[in-house]
Design a protein around this ligand. Structure first.
Ligand SMILES: *Cc1c(COP(=O)(O)O)cnc(C)c1O
Length: 220
Protein backbone atom coordinates (compact mmCIF):
# COMPACT_ATOMS: atom_id res chain seq x y z
CA UNK A 1 0.00 0.00 0.00
CA UNK A 2 2.75 2.42 0.98
CA UNK A 3 4.77 1.46 -2.09
CA UNK A 4 1.77 2.05 -4.31
CA UNK A 5 1.32 5.58 -2.94
CA UNK A 6 5.04 6.30 -3.12
CA UNK A 7 5.15 5.10 -6.71
CA UNK A 8 2.27 7.37 -7.61
CA UNK A 9 4.04 10.34 -6.02
CA UNK A 10 7.28 9.50 -7.88
CA UNK A 11 5.36 9.15 -11.15
CA UNK A 12 3.82 12.58 -10.63
CA UNK A 13 7.24 14.12 -9.98
CA UNK A 14 8.62 12.44 -13.11
CA UNK A 15 5.68 13.63 -15.21
CA UNK A 16 6.03 17.24 -14.03
CA UNK A 17 9.79 17.30 -14.61
CA UNK A 18 9.42 15.74 -18.06
CA UNK A 19 6.70 18.24 -18.97
CA UNK A 20 8.88 21.18 -17.85
CA UNK A 21 11.68 19.89 -20.05
CA UNK A 22 9.39 19.20 -23.01
CA UNK A 23 10.22 15.50 -22.79
CA UNK A 24 8.02 12.43 -22.90
CA UNK A 25 7.47 10.25 -19.83
CA UNK A 26 8.35 7.24 -22.00
CA UNK A 27 11.86 8.64 -22.52
CA UNK A 28 12.70 8.21 -18.84
CA UNK A 29 13.21 4.74 -17.36
CA UNK A 30 12.50 4.44 -13.65
CA UNK A 31 14.89 2.02 -11.97
CA UNK A 32 13.66 0.88 -8.57
CA UNK A 33 16.68 0.62 -6.28
CA UNK A 34 16.04 -2.28 -3.93
CA UNK A 35 19.39 -2.59 -2.16
CA UNK A 36 19.08 -3.58 1.49
CA UNK A 37 15.39 -4.44 1.03
CA UNK A 38 14.45 -8.13 0.88
CA UNK A 39 13.21 -9.94 -2.22
CA UNK A 40 9.49 -9.36 -1.46
CA UNK A 41 10.09 -5.63 -2.11
CA UNK A 42 11.06 -6.54 -5.68
CA UNK A 43 8.00 -8.78 -6.05
CA UNK A 44 5.69 -6.06 -4.77
CA UNK A 45 7.22 -3.47 -7.12
CA UNK A 46 6.90 -5.91 -10.01
CA UNK A 47 3.20 -6.39 -9.20
CA UNK A 48 2.80 -2.61 -9.48
CA UNK A 49 4.29 -2.68 -12.95
CA UNK A 50 7.95 -1.84 -12.32
CA UNK A 51 10.36 -3.84 -14.47
CA UNK A 52 13.80 -2.30 -13.94
CA UNK A 53 15.58 -2.91 -10.65
CA UNK A 54 18.86 -1.61 -9.30
CA UNK A 55 21.07 -3.42 -6.80
CA UNK A 56 24.42 -2.34 -5.39
CA UNK A 57 26.03 -5.52 -4.18
CA UNK A 58 26.58 -8.71 -6.18
CA UNK A 59 26.55 -10.83 -3.05
CA UNK A 60 23.36 -9.33 -1.67
CA UNK A 61 21.48 -9.80 -4.93
CA UNK A 62 22.76 -13.34 -5.24
CA UNK A 63 20.77 -14.09 -2.10
CA UNK A 64 17.55 -12.59 -3.45
CA UNK A 65 17.82 -13.73 -7.08
CA UNK A 66 16.28 -17.21 -6.62
CA UNK A 67 13.17 -15.60 -5.11
CA UNK A 68 12.69 -13.26 -8.05
CA UNK A 69 13.67 -15.65 -10.82
CA UNK A 70 11.18 -15.96 -13.63
CA UNK A 71 9.59 -12.50 -13.44
CA UNK A 72 8.98 -12.00 -17.14
CA UNK A 73 10.52 -8.82 -18.50
CA UNK A 74 12.34 -7.87 -15.30
CA UNK A 75 15.79 -6.37 -15.81
CA UNK A 76 18.39 -6.09 -13.11
CA UNK A 77 20.98 -3.32 -13.12
CA UNK A 78 24.15 -3.45 -11.06
CA UNK A 79 24.61 0.13 -9.85
CA UNK A 80 27.30 -0.44 -7.22
CA UNK A 81 31.02 -0.87 -7.73
CA UNK A 82 32.09 -4.12 -9.37
CA UNK A 83 35.39 -5.79 -8.52
CA UNK A 84 36.96 -7.53 -11.48
CA UNK A 85 37.07 -10.85 -9.60
CA UNK A 86 33.25 -10.82 -9.41
CA UNK A 87 32.56 -10.34 -13.12
CA UNK A 88 31.42 -13.91 -13.74
CA UNK A 89 28.90 -13.81 -10.92
CA UNK A 90 27.71 -10.34 -11.93
CA UNK A 91 27.19 -11.39 -15.55
CA UNK A 92 25.05 -14.30 -14.42
CA UNK A 93 22.84 -12.15 -12.17
CA UNK A 94 22.47 -8.84 -13.98
CA UNK A 95 21.48 -7.82 -17.50
CA UNK A 96 22.90 -4.31 -17.18
CA UNK A 97 26.17 -3.27 -15.51
CA UNK A 98 26.12 0.48 -14.89
CA UNK A 99 29.45 0.79 -13.16
CA UNK A 100 32.11 -0.07 -15.72
CA UNK A 101 34.92 2.35 -14.94
CA UNK A 102 38.12 0.79 -16.27
CA UNK A 103 39.38 -0.90 -19.40
CA UNK A 104 40.36 -3.91 -17.34
CA UNK A 105 36.84 -4.31 -16.02
CA UNK A 106 35.36 -3.94 -19.52
CA UNK A 107 37.66 -6.66 -20.86
CA UNK A 108 36.99 -9.00 -17.94
CA UNK A 109 33.23 -8.59 -18.30
CA UNK A 110 33.29 -9.30 -22.00
CA UNK A 111 35.51 -12.36 -21.49
CA UNK A 112 32.78 -13.98 -19.39
CA UNK A 113 30.97 -14.51 -22.69
CA UNK A 114 27.47 -13.35 -21.73
CA UNK A 115 26.07 -10.44 -23.73
CA UNK A 116 25.62 -7.45 -21.40
CA UNK A 117 24.40 -3.89 -21.62
CA UNK A 118 26.81 -1.53 -19.91
CA UNK A 119 27.04 2.05 -18.75
CA UNK A 120 30.35 3.73 -17.99
CA UNK A 121 30.50 5.29 -14.56
CA UNK A 122 32.08 8.73 -14.62
CA UNK A 123 33.66 10.48 -11.67
CA UNK A 124 32.76 14.16 -11.89
CA UNK A 125 33.82 15.23 -8.42
CA UNK A 126 37.41 14.44 -7.66
CA UNK A 127 37.16 14.71 -3.86
CA UNK A 128 33.93 12.90 -3.16
CA UNK A 129 33.44 10.09 -5.63
CA UNK A 130 35.25 6.86 -4.86
CA UNK A 131 34.59 5.13 -8.16
CA UNK A 132 34.23 6.13 -11.75
CA UNK A 133 36.46 6.93 -14.69
CA UNK A 134 37.95 10.41 -14.93
CA UNK A 135 36.41 12.44 -17.77
CA UNK A 136 39.83 12.68 -19.44
CA UNK A 137 40.06 8.88 -19.57
CA UNK A 138 36.61 8.46 -21.06
CA UNK A 139 37.52 8.56 -24.75
CA UNK A 140 39.84 5.55 -24.37
CA UNK A 141 37.35 3.68 -22.18
CA UNK A 142 34.53 4.27 -24.67
CA UNK A 143 36.70 2.93 -27.47
CA UNK A 144 37.78 -0.18 -25.58
CA UNK A 145 34.22 -0.89 -24.44
CA UNK A 146 32.87 -0.54 -27.97
CA UNK A 147 35.51 -3.01 -29.07
CA UNK A 148 34.37 -5.74 -26.66
CA UNK A 149 32.35 -8.43 -28.46
CA UNK A 150 29.97 -9.11 -25.56
CA UNK A 151 29.37 -5.58 -24.33
CA UNK A 152 26.81 -3.16 -25.70
CA UNK A 153 27.62 0.38 -24.61
CA UNK A 154 24.35 2.04 -23.64
CA UNK A 155 25.32 5.16 -21.77
CA UNK A 156 27.07 7.02 -18.99
CA UNK A 157 26.26 6.95 -15.30
CA UNK A 158 27.25 9.26 -12.49
CA UNK A 159 26.67 9.86 -8.83
CA UNK A 160 27.22 13.51 -7.85
CA UNK A 161 28.11 14.52 -4.29
CA UNK A 162 24.99 14.29 -2.16
CA UNK A 163 23.12 17.52 -1.64
CA UNK A 164 19.65 18.54 -0.45
CA UNK A 165 19.64 21.21 -3.09
CA UNK A 166 18.96 19.99 -6.63
CA UNK A 167 20.50 23.13 -8.04
CA UNK A 168 23.83 22.01 -6.56
CA UNK A 169 23.73 18.68 -8.39
CA UNK A 170 22.34 20.07 -11.63
CA UNK A 171 25.77 21.13 -13.02
CA UNK A 172 27.01 17.53 -12.65
CA UNK A 173 24.06 16.29 -14.67
CA UNK A 174 24.69 18.88 -17.36
CA UNK A 175 28.34 17.84 -17.45
CA UNK A 176 27.45 14.17 -17.92
CA UNK A 177 25.14 15.09 -20.79
CA UNK A 178 27.96 17.04 -22.46
CA UNK A 179 30.27 14.05 -22.13
CA UNK A 180 27.65 11.68 -23.56
CA UNK A 181 27.18 14.03 -26.46
CA UNK A 182 30.91 14.30 -27.11
CA UNK A 183 31.32 10.51 -27.14
CA UNK A 184 28.07 9.85 -29.00
CA UNK A 185 26.64 7.75 -26.19
CA UNK A 186 22.86 7.53 -26.02
CA UNK A 187 21.73 7.05 -22.43
CA UNK A 188 22.26 8.97 -19.20
CA UNK A 189 21.79 7.26 -15.84
CA UNK A 190 21.58 10.06 -13.31
CA UNK A 191 19.29 11.33 -10.59
CA UNK A 192 18.17 9.68 -7.34
CA UNK A 193 15.28 10.23 -4.90
CA UNK A 194 16.25 13.76 -3.93
CA UNK A 195 17.33 15.16 -7.28
CA UNK A 196 15.79 13.25 -10.18
CA UNK A 197 13.75 16.24 -11.35
CA UNK A 198 16.91 18.21 -12.12
CA UNK A 199 18.37 15.10 -13.74
CA UNK A 200 15.33 14.68 -16.00
CA UNK A 201 15.47 18.35 -16.93
CA UNK A 202 19.12 17.83 -17.86
CA UNK A 203 18.36 14.82 -20.03
CA UNK A 204 18.40 11.71 -17.79
CA UNK A 205 17.12 8.61 -19.58
CA UNK A 206 17.47 6.39 -16.49
CA UNK A 207 16.79 7.55 -12.93
CA UNK A 208 17.71 5.39 -9.95
CA UNK A 209 15.19 5.75 -7.15
CA UNK A 210 15.27 3.93 -3.82
CA UNK A 211 14.19 5.94 -0.78
CA UNK A 212 11.30 7.75 -2.47
CA UNK A 213 9.76 4.36 -3.31
CA UNK A 214 10.69 2.04 -0.46
CA UNK A 215 11.38 4.44 2.40
CA UNK A 216 14.55 4.93 4.40
CA UNK A 217 17.09 2.13 4.35
CA UNK A 218 18.70 0.68 7.41
CA UNK A 219 22.47 0.93 7.10
CA UNK A 220 23.76 -1.96 5.01
C1 LIG B 1 21.36 3.82 -3.32
C2 LIG B 1 21.60 4.34 -4.67
C3 LIG B 1 20.59 4.99 -5.38
C4 LIG B 1 19.22 5.32 -4.80
O1 LIG B 1 19.33 6.34 -3.87
P1 LIG B 1 18.03 6.97 -3.18
O2 LIG B 1 18.52 8.27 -2.65
O3 LIG B 1 17.64 6.03 -2.10
O4 LIG B 1 17.00 7.12 -4.20
C5 LIG B 1 20.85 5.39 -6.68
N1 LIG B 1 22.05 5.16 -7.26
C6 LIG B 1 23.04 4.54 -6.60
C7 LIG B 1 24.33 4.31 -7.29
C8 LIG B 1 22.85 4.13 -5.29
O5 LIG B 1 23.87 3.53 -4.65
Amino acid sequence: MVLKDNLQAVEERIARAAARAGRKRADVTLIAVTKVFPAPAILEAYELGLREFGENYVQEFEGKAPQVAGLAGAQYHLIGHLQSNKTRKAAALFQVIQTVDSEKLARRLSEVGTPLDVFLEVKLSEEEAKWGAAPEDLAALVEVTRGQPNLRLRGLMTMPPWSEDQEKTRPYFARLRELACRHAVECLSMGMSNDFEAAIEEGATHIRVGTALFGKRKKA
